[in-house]
Design a protein. Structure first.
Length: 455
């Protein structure tokens, strides 16, 4: 009998933080002899997404590609102005178009793996197709425990902003102040998705998580032993999803050349993710803080939510005088760089990060200590995790980035402390080893399941 190769369809949603893990997963599946069809919602929100998809398809031509054309919808009723959340909603409202698209994919699919932001509508759309369905939960396992327990926490009046949230099996309790602020407004689009989708988790065949045992072993155990919520599907820890060769491209070359000339471990890399606009006064304090730290720096400045709107020059964002003075000590860019490659450069000794989950797993993969400054969403949960694992520090009193103005002196001192900490360096090396050794056994198990059910 000839060997059966599972055919997996992957459906990401919006933003680089969601797209990147899907593309890494696609390549890992291809390397494990699966057929893969990538379904990309069109048009994308950011230029970074469309460029990333094109580069990926050229680099991994074994992957089939299908565009999922979204229906227009009236965004004014959606109770959000965030373009990435609005795209979640647009995809959700177009989900009923999926079955006809999936029916045309050949050979027949063995499973669909889709994004966490789309659970209910995709489930409803494909229910009658008898197609095994999985989600890729792009944040951490800890965040998965919050997501799955959320309706219970709301019902027991734990989502108040004060006090702590007690999730069975999850230690320590989660401070109310670490919960994504949008969840306190049950009318927000984000909270509505949580309330509607969380109870549907039980109808999935499995959940894929970009995490690994050494980072979140206890949380994974609590989830899979049914302590958090009974009856959840199995959570497969398949991370860290491995960065790919194609991601490098040539856009980081000048930054890498500059790094080549720096002393080993002397540079702090600064980046607050792909979908955040920061206030200019805070950007300038960060700039002055970097100068005060005495460290060399490589800083990716983002001034707008969506890259298509980034029109102002660095001189305008930083102010001419600061921009000029910074040239002596570091490199400041407004363009996309390949972060994971930068983090892997020997010149980089620390990372001032908003702690988006991809950034955290990439820093773990490259063994780089983190100074956490969460901005939104799950990032305080991630910051706490990094701090507890011993390879990062978190200035809790700074609050959410943008909540209050943190001055140059505090920023400079914290950067200096992080860059000078031997303990953080030692622990970062340990987490790197653990990340590299977290073998792909769970992914192999999953592929074996797909083979068994379809072969
Ligand atoms: Br900006 C930037 N280069 O210049 P997160 C980002 N990235 O490679 P976010 C670059 O974008 P969510 C750049 O390596 C990571 O893979 C970075 O994802 C990459 O944060 C990704 O860290 C950013 O999860 O997304 O963008 O805030 O809100 O979904 O976490």
């Amino acid at each position: 009998m000839s060997e059966y190769f599972p055919h997996i369809a992957l459906l990401p949603s919006a933003g680089m933080g969601h797209l990147t893990p899907f593309l890494r997963l696609a390549a890992m599946l291809v390397n494990n002899h699966c057929k893969v069809t990538l379904i990309t919602p069109t048009p994308t929100v950011s230029l970074a997404e469309s460029k990333f998809i094109s580069r990926f398809l050229s680099a991994v031509p074994q992957v089939n590609h299908t565009e999922f054309h979204l229906m227009p919808f009236d965004a004014s009723a959606a109770n959000s102005t965030d373009p990435f959340f609005l795209q979640f909603e647009a995809i959700r409202r177009s989900a009923h178009l999926l079955p006809s698209l999936l029916d045309f994919i050949s050979p027949p699919l063995s499973a669909l793996v889709y994004d966490v932001s789309l659970i209910s509508p995709v489930l409803a759309a494909i229910e009658s197709m008898f197609l095994p369905r999985y989600i890729l939960f792009t944040p951490s396992a800890k965040m998965f425990s919050i997501f799955s327990y959320f309706p219970t926490a709301v019902a027991s009046k734990q989502i108040t902003g004060d006090g702590e949230i007690e999730i069975p099996g999850i230690i320590p309790r989660i401070p109310g102040s670490s919960i994504p602020p949008l969840l306190f407004d049950l009318n927000s689009l984000f909270a509505k998705i949580f309330m509607e989708d969380s109870p549907k988790l039980k109808r999935l065949d499995g959940v894929l998580l970009n995490t690994f045992e050494d980072l979140e072993g206890k949380t994974l155990e609590a989830i899979n032993e049914g302590n958090v919520v009974k009856g959840l599907p199995h959570a497969f820890a398949i991370g860290p999803l491995i960065p790919l060769q194609f991601e490098k491209g040539d856009q980081s070359q000048s930054a890498l050349n500059w790094l080549d000339d720096q002393r080993e471990g002397s540079v702090v890399y600064v980046c607050f993710g792909s979908r955040n606009a920061m206030k200019r006064d805070q950007i300038r304090e960060i700039g002055k803080g970097l100068m005060r730290s005495g460290c060399k720096f490589l800083w990716v400045v983002k001034d707008k939510l969506v890259d298509r709107d980034e029109n102002d020059s660095l001189d305008e964002v930083l102010g001419y005088k600061l921009a000029e003075s910074m040239k002596e000590k570091g490199l400041v860019v407004k363009t996309w760089v390949c972060q994971v490659e930068i983090l892997g450069h020997k010149g980089v000794g620390g990372f001032l990060s908003h702690c988006g989950w991809n950034s955290v797993t990439e820093a773990a993969w490259q063994g780089v200590p983190i100074l956490a400054w969460p901005l939104a969403g799950d990032q305080k949960v991630n910051a706490e995790l990094v701090e507890k694992s011993g390879w990062g520090m978190w200035m809790r009193n700074w609050g959410w980035l943008g909540e209050k103005l943190v001055d140059e002196e505090e920023i400079g001192k914290a950067i200096k402390d992080m860059m000078g900490s031997r303990m953080l360096k030692v622990n970062a090396v340990k987490i790197r080893e653990a990340a590299r050794n977290s073998n792909a056994i769970n992914l192999e198990k999953l592929i074996q399941d797909w083979k068994k059910h379809n072969g």
